[in-house]
Design a protein around this ligand. Sequence first.
Ligand code: URA
Length: 236
Amino acid sequence: MERLDKLLASTGRWSRREVKSLVKEGRVLVDGVPAAAPEQKLDPALSRVLVDGEEPDIRQYTYVMLHKPPGVLSATEDARQETVLDLLPPDLRRRGLFPVGRLDKDSEGLLLLTNDGDLAHRLLSPKKHVDKVYCIRTDRPLTAEDAAAFAAGIVLADGTACRPAGLEVLGDGTEALVTLHEGKFHQIKRMIASRSAAVCRLKRLSMGTLVLDASLKPGEFRLLTGEEVIKIGGKP
Ligand code: URA
């Protein structure tokens, strides 16, 4: 059960103070009856709320799939640089969304933004082994030896041991699919550096069951479908 004012404010359309006025003016109906108070509790999955006859989206949690473009920070705010939150419209920005895991500033691809802290925790927990798949381009062709080193577990220059990872070399060898089961800082760049090569381009294609929608251009986003939310373990 959630408070009516919290649910309506979480849509980003009204502040809690505005919700108070709406309720006072009798403009909010809960299951056809004018809301008694902003503190009134209800189950958003079971009750129907109308404001001025319209049904706002009062789902408790929001899940956004963003095709992060290069050049934008995976952060909620920054004094000088553009962040992924800046790519969203104001009503979504006000919902307390944050990126689940980071992509480097120059990386692109799938980024999940949500206000569901439990889900974020589960997806990022090293114990859960959520696979992330990336397409990379490198400055030299990668080989079967590089793939074997990834499969054995790369040790980074500073001694950090990485878990075994997938490296599927494509085409002429300068493109590859990398599958990680963990998320260390600049992990792929550092793994590739340990093989005396450099990453020129890095794009995340998927995270667990969530796959980047091919119709989203860099900088575009959409809400997850109900099915995607369920599959990834969120609350639709
Ligand atoms: N590994 C990296 O090096 N950078 C990313 O953005 C993601 C994975």
